[in-house]
Design a protein around this ligand. Structure first.
Ligand code: UDP
Length: 419
């Protein structure tokens, strides 16, 4: 199939609006993934419609990203923020709104790519109702997540069943790392076709600023030792481990040490509650004067924060991929990360960063001291990280692998419908 023959695809991301500000409770890696993949695929000739749930009545229902790529916000449930676990109860409204939109606009999709299990349910319905080939990306697996939490939510049984159905029924599953594929096989099902296509990052944007300029622009001193966490406030992100590790570091008594904990939060919501909890720990450990909470970091500011940092720490308990790690690597900043999930794929331990056992504050302290003490090692890890990202994790490369997968899925689907 040549470029001109490429058709319309529906990218579904029910709870992760690709057009909203990233960095808060329900907006993180998935939103970035869907937006970037959609835009990059549109550049490769596809007509891309990204469907999400309208969660703010004031926002427009259709947002054009470029000529071939738009975001469509469907009304399904109240047009306000609803926690993820409650969104599934509006699934019938969502699918009804999507089919009505399709009818009204006269669009015919040739493939559906669903993101996260709630959208997976929608994808399965579209596959059944419209005979569409379906590609699915999990972004997070219930079977893994529930192992690392103390209370299992009531939705768990439903989620696990939908995740199994997706794996066994979708035409292709995209695993973003070999570790995620292994989890699917060992914890979800032996059936189903899994293809590994990683997440990507903007290699031109990150790495375009040097450390001195970044620090000057953020008002940081050239001699500061800056430890950066960036991401959502969620217990699974392990921010507590980082704070405790910093307190144990020999650098904690050095006036040059600064800890930056970046990410948005809303008071009273789960991320606001987690931020408060982290602030209390920071105070209790005597780190308050060394710690900054700059809030949500905008797309424009991100490259500055990454470039300014001496080290970026990703202390997650579980991480299916972890965009922050490759963004820091693209910025030539060494990464210390938990040895979990996709972080073991993006980071080569000792070469492009340091991997340590999750929730182990002593291990994080040792790694922090190693990098803060040895500038040559830090620089080498940063340079190697950049090379690895250039070779493996650009959005264009990711989109062209998805492009090939879509073409294959469409062709196989046509053959099976004809027979
Ligand atoms: N992010 C952001 N501003 C913030 C915090 C995070 O833009 O204040 C972005 C970050 O750059 C990354 C994404 O949110 O692209 C987080 O993705 P990741 O895969 O690391 O974690 P997730 O949110 O999916 O758990």
């Amino acid at each position: 199939m040549n470029k001109r023959q490429k058709k319309s695809i529906a990218l579904i991301s029910v709870h992760g609006d690709p057009a909203i500000e990233i960095g808060c409770e329900e907006a993180g890696g998935q939103n970035v993934y869907v937006r970037q993949v959609g835009e990059a695929l549109a550049q490769q000739g596809w007509q891309v419609d990204m469907f999400t749930r309208a969660s703010n009545a004031k926002l427009p229902k259709i947002v054009d990203r470029n000529r071939n790529c738009r975001i469509i916000r469907l009304s399904a449930g109240p047009e306000k923020f609803i926690p993820r676990q409650e969104i599934f109860s509006y699934r019938y409204d969502f699918i009804k709104a999507l089919l009505e939109f399709q009818e009204r606009s006269g669009k015919k999709y040739s493939l559906v790519h669903a993101n996260y299990w709630i959208s997976g349910w929608i994808g399965l319905e579209l596959k059944k109702k419209l005979s569409l080939p379906m590609v699915h990306t999990y972004h997070s697996l219930g079977a893994v997540k529930y192992k690392s939490v103390s209370t299992i939510p009531t939705i768990a049984k439903t989620r696990l069943a939908v995740e199994k159905a997706c794996l066994e029924t979708a035409n292709y599953i995209v695993a973003t790392s070999p570790q995620e594929k292994e989890h699917m096989r060992s914890l979800v099902s032996k059936k189903g076709d899994i293809v590994i296509i990683p997440c990507g990052t903007y290699i031109d944007l990150f790495g375009s600023i040097n450390r001195a300029d970044a620090r000057a622009s953020l008002g940081m001193e050239p001699d500061d030792r800056i430890v950066l966490y960036l991401g959502r406030f969620d217990k699974r992100k392990g921010i507590e481990t980082l704070v405790r590790a910093v307190a144990k570091s020999k650098w904690s008594r050095d006036s040059r040490l600064k800890l930056i904990i970046g990410g948005g939060s809303t008071p009273g919501r789960s991320d606001g509650i987690e931020r408060k909890r982290i602030e209390e720990i920071v105070k209790e450990l005597g780190l308050w004067s060394k710690t900054q909470f700059p809030g949500r970091i905008s797309d424009r500011e991100l490259p500055f924060y990454y470039a300014a940092a001496d080290v970026c720490v990703v202390p997650s308990h579980y991480e299916p991929f972890g965009l922050v790690a490759i963004e820091a690597m693209a910025s030539r900043t060494p990464v210390i990360a938990s040895k979990v999930g996709g972080l073991q794929f993006s980071i080569v331990d000792g070469e492009t960063g340091l991997l340590v056992s999750p929730q182990n504050e002593e291990a994080f302290t040792v790694a922090l001291d190693r990098i803060l003490d040895d500038r040559q090692l830090a620089q080498q890890l940063g340079l190697n990280g950049r090379k690895r990202v250039e070779n493996k994790f650009s959005w264009n490369e990711v989109a062209s692998e998805l492009n090939d997968l879509y073409l294959q899925a469409i062709e196989e689907n046509n053959v099976s419908l004809a027979s």
